[in-house]
Design a protein around this ligand. Structure first.
Ligand code: NAP
Length: 476
């Protein structure tokens, strides 16, 4: 049985308290995990604070080398990494392997960005009185970053915090989700082997409500980078004062499908967007607005594809759909499906529960005020509603408290431009599902979906401070 320790100041430290980590699929005990106290969190912050001067001095080529080493080490141990994710998150092994491949790329991007932190010359004489000066602006590390991460991409979303932090010379205290600490400890082991200075990465596990508060309010922390639910994220922002903050939150992502779209050609993408990792993806496809003339065909094609998905153990090669992260989530989602039905929705597929698996569910004619439409489901439930007019479809997408990414399928350029301009979201993907992401693109939301952007280059900008340096020529 794995007995995990806290990673503080470059040492694996015995925790005061532990808790059992159980598989979401069958409740099997996977490991004993530290349950950090406030005092242990304080030690982790102190270690990171102590490391900040060394991290600031570390030249770009060394930071790049460390990050490159991490990507190489994960690559060398990619199967072990995928199995850890599959076990602790109940992520089907095939999907876990994709996450590992993306994590490797994310650290490669971070390694590249470390060598080219942006700086800029400022033409001071563009303003009257600015003559006789040479000035430039550089980006400096903001200081210790507190990184709080969710369960659903336990390796790649950790990479989206550690990659840019190390690339720009910031030490980190990482608090992964309680259900998925093994991936975070695995990554810490790779950083240790890759030559990261002691204290530059500290990993503490335990209750968000205990150590999260400490991280967000401690004066030695300069940056808080959080990915998780809007409820928790907004609460943290209200406590963080003037700390720099990035929030990557949830969504109820939508796609518009215009008449004339080849439904058979996109059905696989729609099913992937709705049901990959049981719909527990922040840009999971939740709402489909299809032109009335093709709505039934969309339902038929999706039903045919999704009907053959295989349910089972996350470590089985054949499994497409496994357990949700908790029993409470199964209960909540089944209740929401029932609520939608009572408000007039039809069920075309799924709507059933097998142990902790909720079967992929396709609904239609869902009322806008049903929870499966206006809230984030974070489960394998998608619905198809019809529209007749393009503006109506865009308005339906925008009728949401969220705005992370949206997809639009159309062959009409003017409709594509219209939608790209009018949709309120951090990203609009033409002829694609909203569930598409590669790890260097700017990524983040508007409304309750977030604050700030990730994608290595953009996250670096959130984790650094700009400093202006001006030289006045001649006598002073
Ligand atoms: P969550 O419950 O909000 O937890 C996220 C992290 O916050 C965990 O580490 C959690 O620790 C911690 N936490 C909980 N309560 C806290 C508190 N009071 N103070 C400080 N930290 C606290 O989210 P989740 O269920 O893991 O993840 C699902 C959510 O993440 C969804 O809403 C999804 O859309 C969103 N998400 C967004 C993105 C994006 O990039 N926009 C990506 C992935 C996921 P514990 O585990 O110990 O509670």
């Amino acid at each position: 049985m794995l007995q995990k320790k806290l990673f503080i100041g470059g040492e694996w430290q015995e925790p005061e308290k532990t808790q059992a980590l159980l598989s979401p699929y069958d409740g099997e005990k996977l490991a004993d995990i530290p349950l950090a106290t406030e005092e242990e969190a304080d030690r982790a912050i102190a270690a990171a604070y102590h490391a900040r001067k060394e991290m600031r001095r570390l030249p770009a080529h060394q930071r790049a080398e460390i990050l490159y080493n991490v990507s190489r080490l994960i690559e060398e141990n990619r199967e072990e990494a995928a199995r850890l994710i599959a076990m602790e998150a109940a992520k089907p092994l095939q999907t876990a392997r994709t996450e590992v491949a993306r994590s490797i790329m994310t650290y490669k991007f971070a390694s590249e960005e470390a060598r080219r932190l942006p700086s800029e010359m400022i033409n001071m004489d563009a303003a009257p009185g600015g003559e006789g000066r040479i000035a430039y602006a550089v980006r400096e590390p903001a200081g210790v970053a507190a990184a709080i991460t969710p369960f659903n991409f336990p390796m790649n979303l950790v990479a989206h915090k550690l990659g840019p932090a190390v690339a720009s010379g910031n030490p980190v205290v990482l608090k992964p989700a309680s259900q998925t600490p093994l991936s975070a400890f695995f990554v810490a082991e790779q950083f240790e082997k890759a030559g990261l200075p002691k204290g530059a990465l500290n990993v503490i596990t335990g209750k968000g409500s205990v150590i999260g508060d400490k991280l967000v309010t401690d004066d030695r922390i300069s940056v808080v980078t959080f990915t998780g639910s809007p409820e928790v994220g907004i609460g943290l922002k209200n406590k963080a004062g003037l700390k720099k903050m990035t929030l990557e939150l949830g969504s109820n992502s939508a796609v518009i499908i215009d008449k004339g779209t080849d439904i058979n050609a996109i059905a696989d993408r729609l099913v992937l967007g709705a049901f990959a990792y049981q719909g527990q993806v922040c840009i999971s496809l939740q709402r489909i607005y299809a032109h009335e003339s093709i709505k039934d065909e969309v339902i038929r094609a999706m039903k045919e594809k999704a009907g053959s998905l295989v349910y089972g153990h996350p470590l089985d090669e054949a499994t497409d759909v496994s357990a949700l992260i908790s029993e409470d989530d199964c209960d909540r989602i089944m209740e929401w499906i029932g609520e939608a039905e009572s408000k007039g929705a039809s069920i075309h597929l799924g709507g059933e529960r097998k142990g902790n698996i909720v079967t992929p569910t396709i609904l239609s004619d869902v009322s806008h005020d049903a929870s499966v439409s206006c809230r984030e489901v974070f489960g394998p439930v998608v619905h198809v509603n019809g529209f007749t007019d393009w503006q109506e479809a865009v308005d339906l997408v925008n009728d949401s408290d969220f705005g992370l990414q949206a997809g639009v399928f159309t062959n009409d350029m003017n409709k594509a431009f219209h939608a790209s301009e009018q949709i309120e979201a951090g990203g609009v993907l033409i002829n694609d599902i909203p569930t598409f992401r590669v790890d260097h693109m700017p990524y983040g939301g508007v409304k309750n979906s977030g604050y700030g952007r990730e994608g290595i280059k953009y996250a670096i900008s959130e984790m650094t401070e700009m400093k202006l340096v001006s030289f006045r020529k001649g006598e002073y």
